[in-house]
Ligand binder design. Structure first.
Ligand code: OSB
Ligand code: MG
Length: 373
């Protein structure tokens, strides 16, 4: 596969509803999209870095120059037979996994189109439909949260996850369980607690939660193992897992019993497949996390979720929960039974709406093979 040109762009899309986590509230997304042209096809990828360095040290303003200065030139100068070979080309750059994933996933996307194969098949997936959950942010009041949960349950979602932080946790869980005793329910703290709060976190055990996601520091695994010993609720790690070695360390030390795989956080599909393999070898279930993606990243999450080990509902939800109009066609729809069906069409099975993307674009740069070689 000879990559002839790479385009990096930033698009801006307002969210239908604000999204609040323990690190703040967002009303609108600034998203980096990558497209690669090769052998007459175009592959698309999304860099899931946030507008701020709050979820991870990486953010849009580190991703852009990293792609421009290092990753795009490496890809244009190199020769890759498949998406799988991208990590090797990018290995010299440390970290910057979301930037790498944006490019690598665009190459996988192009590869699937070239081979006229569904992306999910190319990744080794087998599920023909995937189970969906929702991630509901912190609201202005518990009543507002209860209303949102009712709406999502009525839409068919199979697991409700709420964001928690000190002051918005046990009090809210009590209300939820009083109304819905049996729903599949989990919480995500985005590192809002410390090990000193173990006694407080033990109160979560009363709510029959599927998991507590990332309770402690984003750069810590071992202390999660200490916490896991004190809890009956399963810990799921998100921020702490950057690659397969992290996953292995976490599972060997007992730091979690579930892993959230985000393809951007681990640096692209190749590493996501390795994390999945590690989890499978430990018989630990994984699920696909979300980063408020546009349709480009959302379609990739759907393809990844078709792998066998994705045994729990993911944060892969319908386009309309996020956007007035998504940048793919058809939009991602969740069936009334809470499932998304995978398409047999080549590539992702979704058409990228280039005209709409152009309309949302606020900056754009293209690099060609001729420019860098
Ligand atoms: O921790 O899973 C997270 C969104 C942005 C950053 C981090 C997280 C999230 C979500 C939303 O929980 C998942 C989604 O609906 O895309
Ligand atoms: Mg999370």
């Amino acid at each position: 596969m000879r990559i002839d040109s790479i385009t990096l762009r930033e698009i801006q899309m307002p969210l239908v509803h604000f999204f609040e986590t323990s690190f703040g509230r967002v009303y609108s997304r600034s998203i980096l999209l990558v497209s690669v042209d090769t052998d007459g096809v175009r592959g698309w990828g999304e860099c899931v870095a946030g507008e701020d360095p709050f979820y991870s040290p990486e953010w849009t303003e580190t991703a852009w120059p990293t792609i421009k200065t290092y990753l795009a030139p490496a890809l244009l100068k190199g020769d890759v037979a498949s998406g799988r070979e991208c990590p090797h080309l990018f290995a010299r750059v440390r970290g910057h996994r979301m930037a790498k994933a944006g490019l690598e996933n665009a190459v996988w996307d192009a590869e699937a189109r070239l081979k006229q194969q569904p992306l999910w098949k190319l990744l080794g997936g087998s599920r023909r439909e995937i189970a969906c959950g929702v991630s509901i942010g912190i609201q202005d009041s518990p009543e507002q949260l209860m209303e949102k949960i009712a709406t999502e349950l009525a839409a068919g979602y199979r697991r409700i996850k709420i964001k928690v932080k000190p002051g918005w946790d046990v009090n809210v869980l009590e209300k939820i369980r009083a109304r819905w005793a049996d729903i599949l329910l989990s919480v995500d703290a985005n590192s809002a607690y410390t090990l000193d709060e173990t006694e407080h976190l033990r109160k979560f055990d009363a709510f029959n939660l599927l998991m507590i996601e990332q309770p402690l520091w984003d750069d810590e695994i071992y202390l999660h193992a200490r916490l896991q010993k004190a809890l009956t609720t399963s810990i799921c790690l998100d921020e702490s897992i950057h690659h397969a070695r992290d996953a292995n360390f976490a599972l060997e030390t007992g730091a979690c019993r579930i892993i959230n795989i985000k393809v951007g956080r681990v640096g692209g599909f190749s590493e996501a497949l390795r994390v999945h393999e590690v989890a499978e070898s430990h018989k630990v279930p994984v699920w696909c996390g979300g980063m408020l993606e546009s349709g480009v990243g959302r379609a990739h999450n759907i393809a990844l979720s078709s792998l066998e080990g994705f045994r729990l509902p993911g944060d892969v939800s319908a386009s309309k929960r996020y956007w007035e109009q998504d940048v793919i066609e058809p939009e991602v729809e969740v069936r009334p039974d809470g499932m998304i069906a995978l398409s047999d069409a080549p590539g992702t099975g979704y058409r990228v709406l280039e005209d709409l993307i152009e309309k949302f674009t606020v900056r754009k740069e293209t690099w060609t093979r001729g420019n860098v070689c």
